[in-house]
Design a protein around this ligand. Sequence first.
Ligand code: ADP
Ligand code: ADP
Length: 543
Amino acid sequence: IARANQLSSVRLSPRSVCDLELLATGGFSPLDRFMGRCDYLRVIGEMRLADGAIFPIPVTLPVGETDGLQIGREVALRSPKNELLAVMLVEEIYEWDRMQEAAEVYRTTDSRHPLVAEMASWGRFYISGPLRVLSLPKHYDFPELRHTPQQVRALLVRLGRANVVAFQTRNPMHRAHEELTRRAAQAVDGTLLIHPSVGLTNPGDVDHYTRVRSYKALVERYYDPRRTLLSLLPLAMRMAGPRSALWHAIIRRNYGANYLIVGRDHASPGRNAKGEPFYGPYEAQQLCSRFSEEIGVRILCYADMVYLPAEDRYEERHRVPRSAKSLALSGTEARERYLACGRPLPAWFTRPEVMRELARAYPPKHQRGFCIWLTGLPSAGKSTIADVIAVKLVEHGRRVTLLDGDVVRTHLSKGLDFSREGRDTNVLRIGFVASEVVRHNGAVICAAISPYQATRDRVRLMIGEESFIVVFVNTPLEVCERRDVKGIYARARASQIKGVTGIDAPYEPPADPDLVLDTCQDSPEECAQKVIELLRERGFLRN
Ligand code: ADP
Ligand code: ADP
């Protein structure tokens, strides 16, 4: 350790910390290091490591700059909190291509895909080399449910069944999932390994504390302890649909499972900018089944489970006769139609223990936080409208935080310039503060030019899709220039300043705003009123 402290170091992102842990414990076996170039290229192109072993997801370590890094020298890998985790002997430093990785692994370059969006913030280089792990990342939450692959295998042996069925999840488990897992374990007379991912999951997912409390309650009350094991997997998910599913199977093999349950839409992120799903609902099952033999994990494929009220039981959708009445709820519907309105979830859908945890995490919508994000050219009217909205919300009895780009630049973002980088930093700082406010169920209004779609998309991810409302203040440039509240257009025309949005710096109008305001036609009060109405429609304000 003393020697490692002399080395130059790389600060890992939370994602890379998760990856490091699974590399170190054998969760990613046969991979034991962040990928070098040969492995990387073959993995993104053919889903195989350089030696031919199947491995569908790149596990790489991005770095921003290469100062202090040298081939043949060691580098210390540190956690975001600066704890020393490992030492890498650097063997390779190579550039990677974000669009190529996005297109090959995720099959899209749409920044609505959470990984495609996140990759924009990764460094330009990947580094690789053998690792010496000095201390595994510490987890203070649920220590009794955290096990290495070796420990899980030992626990499974003690349960004494030859077959082990793993269940991957990033969501609360409802009765349909319970049914699915119980059936799967019975079908092969196996032990059930409930193995939720608790590293990074899809932004906007139910937080893992809530989920784990509910898994624990379920396992204690509703599963057979002689054939069930609950263990937490510190996996940073990639949401790559079929490729992710295959990866999940390989990881579970390393933990001692020989079966994996794959339902519909496995590891699917939401929808793309056109509103279409990124992957077909059964593609994951097809891909996994194709490689099942090679990886040594059989796939138990299930369609949707639906509830038959007449018989009080669950059945797969395609086995239900057309004439029979069946019920189903999606996770989104459960949140929007029940929890958001303060209604209890139906007993056929969810166990009361799970319901209680979810109700705690999801108060009714009018008590929840949201972020109004006003974007538009300078002098479009963002600050003016934001002020009116803020007053209206306070009048309604909400607590409001106003983050005005200009004002933020006088303290939080003091000294940042108007280059693309300076603007992105400013917008991401605003986004960060806004996400904290929203997380604590406050209302926040942000008014910043925020000219770049990709940056706004990153803010959307920080805040969460449902709580992020983009309002495009669509005032034509001529009008903005005539208003010129701060005189910046005049100074731009006189060539006194450079890089003014709309004149010699770009403005990318939002691709999919929640609301577009026309300040030439409507007064500031009318514009603000439209926003208030939208908040009402979405349930954030009580009528
Ligand atoms: P931004 O924050 O977008 O740079 P400001 O709100 O500071 O813009 O300035 C907009 C200017 O336009 C203000 O002087 C405001 O009075 C004027 N204005 C005229 N009509 C409207 C409208 N309908 N909505 C907002 N601002 C308007
Ligand atoms: P951004 O979203 O680009 O960070 P902000 O809303 O934080 O924008 O701040 C923009 C404000 O900064 C403008 O209202 C304007 O007064 C001032 N400003 C100074 N120079 C420039 C410039 N080159 N381009 C745009 N705005 C500028």
